[in-house]
Design a protein. Structure first.
Lengths: 127, 795
């Protein structure tokens, strides 16, 4: 049995976090959770997930800061990150693209299914 | 006052003054001189008289001598005398005497003895007698004189006598005397000279008898007797003494000399009186002969002469002085005048003036100096002139430039007036673009800069100047914004001129806007929203109008707004996302009843609607704030459309509609913001799908036309009622028929689409027949979309 892929979900909204976790688990992913950027960073560095879903607006440490810090890390440089946010700030988009995220997705525009497809796509998993 | 007179006048005055002085001196002298002359004349005259008298006297004496000599030689007379035969001598002498008397006017003849006693006298009265003795002159004769002549008064007779010794054979035997009456003498004189004569004698000489005799003398025509003197005349000259002299004349004559002259006036006529001493035989004073000469003629002649002479002399003086004056003028004053005139002319600027050097004296030296000075002036002026002409030619060029500039300005001004006129016309043209509308509407009180076709500033509103901190002078003629360090991006980097809206406007890129930062001269900068619109008059680009405003506040507001919107949308989206996902999960549970599925379906749809709405609102708000980023990339429309239709395939299939795609051949890649144009296609197709009944047909065709790519989406659906035509692109607007068919539209799609198309540089339009179908078309310029840096993208 192949290893389950680990996905870190960094999201401060409980409902959304729950929904995402639920879906991903259903899809046979191992899901790690973090409630803010700080936690996310810790989790990431500790557990080296295969992919990170990162929200922007979070307390304690926001997504962009976490991102930057993550990318400073040797391992963190390469980990695939998908920004999942409801902000559609172009500035953020370009910043995050510079920082090498794969996607910048607006949550409200994506079904969980589509999102999963995207994740699988990024991880090179067939669906 | 005298000072102000001209030199020549002064000279004339001086001349006249001198003349006057000389005349006065001369005249007073001349009187004196002439008096002397006259006196000289008179003196000469008297001398003349005297000499005449003397010569007469001599002449008579000669006569007397000759006569007595002839008597002397008469032997008979001699013998008779020697014999002392008085009677015999008398008788003999008588015819002789008569002869002599008649011929020579000798009236006296006397014989004397050697002792001086008188022997025989023969006088007027033919008688003889013997009288006294004349001892005095006999003495003289004895002393050796041959003859004595002189005047004598004897026996009532005033005569000129001549006495000679009488010899016989060498032995003195007596004396002979002959005499002539003075009165005859006087008559002769009168004949000769025309003058009047009188004899003036002391009465003492006469004695009583003598006086009586004189009175008896037939020679006297008249005589005047005074206390001490008598005056006798036979020539009409009586009273001369009274008229001419006073009582002392005789003594004066005695003492002073032979004659005295005096001028007198008798009855208004001028005379000269002369008194001549009649010397007696023994040189004693006998009488004075007075003569009166009318000298009026002399005086007249002299006076006349005097006038002429004076006149001549004065004239000579006048002429002399005039000549002097003239020469002085010429020599002195004229050169001075010439000099002053020359100086004046030189002062006026004629540096070629030179004064003739006519002499070597001071005037000449002055002329030389003057010429030298003028020469020097000319030199320095020539230098100056050279410089000036050089400068002038430089200036002329400058002036010409300025004139051209002015001409340009004038042309610009009239162009501006046209421009401003045209702006009003352009207003309706500009309404198509919202930015332009806003720019124009807000231009009053906003920064307005008008440039000519070269981009040089010709007009700037007060607000503009105030905003950018430059003065109009600093702006005019400069190329906006090329020549001014104003425009920069947010990083402080200068925006290249070619990327500014004004450049676009001037280079046929039409109206465009941009957001920059403007930097003030003091270093402060602020964000501006700039719109530049070309001004086209008669098809030619005449310039552009640039409108800008400080959007600091707006940006802040916008920023706040967008942040708010971002946050709001984020806030709204979050629960929406949650709902959406949990519904999805719910649907996935597979343990739902049909009814539940149905309900969930409704919720899902509502959620989707809400999400759509939120998105649309967000986009609209972004579009309205003008902060959308336009990021054109070369794109293949075919691929894009296919991508879009792919996403909609399910919906189309569900509605059993047909989709046809016609892409024109050789469709070039076009530079567009894919995201935005994608939204357009999505919207148009979605609209077509929504507003067409199931089983309907939708076709998409894309083709190149002129400089654009035209995209058309045609459906055979509901169509748009005419009454809705004007409002179809309005926010939230949905046609009634559309609402009926599809109650779930937001009414924002077309609004957004229109905005996107505009941002892409294209146009959108539609054709529709109610109940039949609709075709929506939009164009995209082949030239591509102008990139725009914004802050947000459409989602």
């Amino acid at each position: 049995m192949e290893n389950k892929k680990k996905i870190l979900v960094v999201e401060d909204e409980v409902a959304l976090l729950e929904a995402l976790t639920e879906k991903l688990r259903k899809e046979n992913f191992e899901v790690l959770q973090a409630r803010n950027g700080q936690e996310g960073l810790q989790q990431a560095l500790a557990n080296h997930p295969d992919l990170i879903l990162l929200d922007i607006l979070m307390p304690v440490m926001d997504g962009m800061t976490a991102l930057t810090k993550l990318r400073a890390d040797d391992w963190g440089k390469t980990v695939p990150i998908i920004i999942l946010t409801n902000l559609s700030d172009e500035q953020r988009v370009s910043d995050s693209l510079e920082a090498g995220v794969f996607d910048y997705l607006v949550k409200s525009g994506w079904t969980l299914e589509d999102l999963t497809k995207k994740i699988k796509d990024r991880l090179g998993i067939a669906y | 006052m005298f000072r102000n007179l001209k030199l020549k006048t002064k000279l004339a005055f001086f001349t006249l003054g001198t003349l006057l002085l000389i005349s006065v001196i001369y005249y007073s002298n001349s009187e004196f001189i002439i008096n002397r002359l006259v006196n000289q004349e008179l003196d000469d005259d008297s001398r003349e008289l005297n000499s005449q008298l003397l010569s007469n006297k001599r002449a008579e004496s000669e006569v007397l001598s000759v006569s007595s000599m002839s008597i002397e030689s008469d032997q008979e007379v001699k013998q008779l005398f020697i014999k002392k035969d008085r009677e015999g001598l008398y008788k003999h002498m008588l015819p002789l005497f008569e002869n002599i008397k008649n011929e020579f006017k000798i009236e006296i003849f006397e014989f004397y003895f050697p002792d001086g006693t008188n022997f025989l006298r023969m006088q007027n009265k033919t008688e003889y007698g013997d009288k006294g003795e004349h001892a005095a002159f006999f003495k003289e004769l004895k002393s050796g004189k041959n003859e004595i002549t002189g005047f004598d008064f004897e026996d009532g007779n005033l005569a000129l006598r001549s006495i000679r010794p009488y010899y016989n054979q060498g032995k003195l035997i007596g004396y002979i005397e002959m005499g002539e009456s003075v009165f005859h003498l006087m008559e002769e004189l009168k004949q000769n000279t025309g003058d009047e004569f009188s004899v003036f004698m002391d009465k003492s000489m006469l004695g009583e008898d003598g006086l009586a005799d004189l009175k008896k003398d037939p020679n006297f025509k008249d005589f005047i007797e005074t206390a001490g003197h008598i005056e006798l005349s036979n020539t009409g000259g009586n009273g001369l003494f009274k008229n001419c002299f006073n009582d002392n004349i005789s003594s004066t004559v005695k003492t002073k000399g032979a004659y005295v002259v005096k001028d007198t006036q008798i009855e208004g006529r001028d005379y000269v009186c002369s008194a001549l001493n009649l010397e007696g035989l023994s040189e004693t004073h006998v009488a004075v002969i007075l003569s009166l000469t009318e000298i009026s003629s002399y005086i007249g002649i002299i006076s006349y002469n005097r006038l002429i002479i004076s006149g001549l002399i004065i004239m000579t003086f006048i002429i002399f002085l005039l000549i002097v004056n003239y020469f002085a003028s010429r020599k002195l004053v004229d050169p001075l005048i010439e000099l002053s005139e020359a100086a004046e002319e030189v002062a006026k600027g004629n540096l070629n003036k030179a004064i003739k050097v006519r002499s070597n004296d001071e005037m000449g030296k002055l002329a030389v100096s003057f010429n030298y000075m003028v020469g020097k002036l000319k030199e320095s002026y020539a230098n100056l002139e050279a410089k000036i002409s050089q400068r002038t030619s430089e200036l002329a060029v400058k002036v010409k430039q300025i004139e051209e500039h002015n001409k340009e300005s004038e042309e610009r001004q009239s162009a501006i007036l046209n421009i401003l006129e045209d702006l009003n016309i352009e207003k309706s043209v500009l309404e198509e673009v919202n930015a332009k509308d806003e720019a124009f509407l807000k231009s009053i009180g906003e920064g307005l800069v008008v440039v000519n076709q070269e981009g040089k500033v010709i007009l700037a509103s007060q607000a503009a100047l105030k905003l950018i901190g430059y003065s109009l002078d600093q702006l005019l003629g400069k190329i906006w914004v090329k020549d001014l360090p104003i425009v920069e991006d947010e990083h402080g980097k200068q925006i290249p001129y070619e990327k500014t809206p004004v450049y676009g406007a001037l280079h046929n890129k039409g109206t465009s806007g941009a957001r920059f930062f403007y930097r003030l001269p003091n270093g402060i900068r602020f964000p501006v929203l700039v719109t530049a619109a070309p001004v086209v008059i008669e098809g030619k680009n005449q310039g552009a109008v640039v409108v800008f405003r400080d959007i600091t506040k707006e940006e802040e507001v916008d920023k706040a707004k967008s942040e708010f919107i971002s946050l709001a949308s984020h806030q709204l989206r979050t629960p929406l996302s949650a709902i959406k996902w949990f519904i999805e999960l719910l649907v996935d549970t597979k343990e739902l009843t049909e009814e539940q599925k149905d309900f969930i379906g409704n919720i899902s749809r509502s959620t989707e609607r809400m999400i759509e709405l939120v998105n649309a609102l967000l986009n609209i708000s972004r579009i309205e704030s003008g902060r959308i980023t336009v990021n054109p990339q070369p794109a293949n429309l075919k691929i894009l459309i296919n991508d879009v239709t792919l996403g909609l395939t399910k919906t189309i299939n569900d509605k059993k509609q047909q989709l046809e795609i016609k892409i024109g051949p050789d469709l070039p890649e076009i530079s567009i913001d894919q995201k935005m144009v994608r939204l357009v296609y999505e919207n148009m197709l979605t609209n077509a799908i929504k507003h067409t009944l199931p089983g309907g047909k939708i076709s998409v065709s894309v083709y190149k036309k002129d400089n654009d790519i035209i995209s058309e989406v045609t459906d055979n659906g509901l169509g748009i009622p005419e009454k809705d035509y004007g409002r179809i692109f309005d926010k939230f607007y949905r046609g009634d028929n559309a609402i009926k068919l599809e109650p779930e539209g937001t009414g924002l799609g077309l609004y957004l689409t229109k905005a996107i198309v505009a941002s892409s540089g294209g146009k959108i339009w539609f054709k529709s027949v109610e109940g039949k179908g609709t075709t929506f078309s939009f164009s995209l310029p082949l030239a591509g979309t102008v990139a725009k840096k914004g802050e947000v993208v459409l989602s």
